[in-house]
Design a protein around this ligand. Structure first.
Ligand SMILES: Nc1ncnc2c1ncn2[C@@H]1O[C@H](COP(=O)(O)OP(=O)(O)O)[C@@H](O)[C@H]1O
Ligand SMILES: [Mg+2]
Length: 260
């Protein structure tokens, strides 16, 4: 579904992404792991249209999307999870979900906020969908809380919820488990799994929690120093000598199988 071909990107003297190629198959939950500074987020930002690669090509369902802007990709069903923008922390969870369809035209979110009033008045379909999303993610009980008051994990669920308000088919998740407690991590992982099996969402996710990766992802790709060093099921990746060395050498990010 997403094909990454020979993608490279340097920042000054640092080769952040070095000739990386792999595919994210339709219907898969594909994992991307590697020690800190490996180039994972840079690669995601290139795929999501936030950074232009120095060379290489990205395609989505056979169409070249290299250098497309995020809102253009959005229309083709590819989204990176939204961070909740600062100004939205003073809106309720329900309102945060309602803003997303208004923003689908690709304007910035601030404009979307001004149009939100219209959405509220006119679009009962949006309201229905909001309820469905709240229900699906089991966050109906915080629907009228201000988003800024949610826990880290609940904010991640809301991020996923915002994705569900779009017509996303392929979703890029950068560390959905970071800073999330065990209980909510279970919920997030269940939501990802259900969105995959019940709704046909394709995922590519970066994560440091190896348990989460093992449970959800197949295949898993490993980056180190900008390059792709291994690909395969997690059971094989764990045994891979080059991968073990990359993690041991990585120091700060610790050993495999442990959380950062
Ligand atoms: N905007 C930037 N400007 C300069 N260097 C950057 C920038 N973004 C990332 N880097 C560098 O590129 C390398 C890869 O970073 P990143 O993609 O964030 O790795 P990861 O997500 O795997 O931890 C690191 O050495 C990082 O310091
Ligand atoms: Mg990163």
């Amino acid at each position: 579904m997403i094909k990454i071909e020979h993608v490279s990107k340097a920042f000054g003297g640092i080769q952040a992404v070095d000739d990386v190629s792999f595919e994210v198959a339709e219907g898969s939950i594909t994992g991307l792991i590697g020690p800190n500074g490996a180039g994972k987020s840079t690669l995601f930002n290139i795929v999501a249209g936030l950074i232009r690669p120095d060379s290489g090509r990205i395609s989505l369902e056979g169409r070249d999307i290299t250098g497309r802007r995020p809102h253009q990709l959005f229309h083709q069903g590819l989204v990176r999870t939204f961070q909740i923008p600062h100004e939205f922390s003073r809106m309720t969870v329900r309102e945060n979900l309602m803003v997303v369809p208004a923003g689908q035209a690709g304007e910035n979110l601030f404009k979307a906020w001004f149009r939100w009033g219209q959405v509220r008045e006119q679009d009962s379909k949006v309201l229905e969908r909001v309820d469905e999303v709240l229900d699906f993610l089991e966050i109906s009980h915080v629907a009228d809380e201000l988003a800024g008051n949610l826990s880290g994990g609940q904010k991640k669920l809301l991020d996923l919820g915002r994705t569900m308000m779009t017509d996303a088919r392929a979703v890029l998740l950068d560390e959905p488990g970071a800073g999330v407690n065990r209980t909510l991590l279970g919920k997030i992982s269940e939501a990802i799994q259900r969105l995959n099996t019940e709704r046909g969402y394709t995922f590519c996710l970066i994560e440091h929690d190896m348990d989460l990766i093992s449970k959800l992802c197949d295949p898993v790709h490993v980056m180190a120093n900008g390059a792709l060093i291994a690909s395969g099921p997690m059971s094989e990746i764990r045994q891979n000598e080059q991968v073990r060395e990359a993690y041991l050498g990585g120091g700060a990010s610790g050993r495999m199988g442990e959380q950062r």
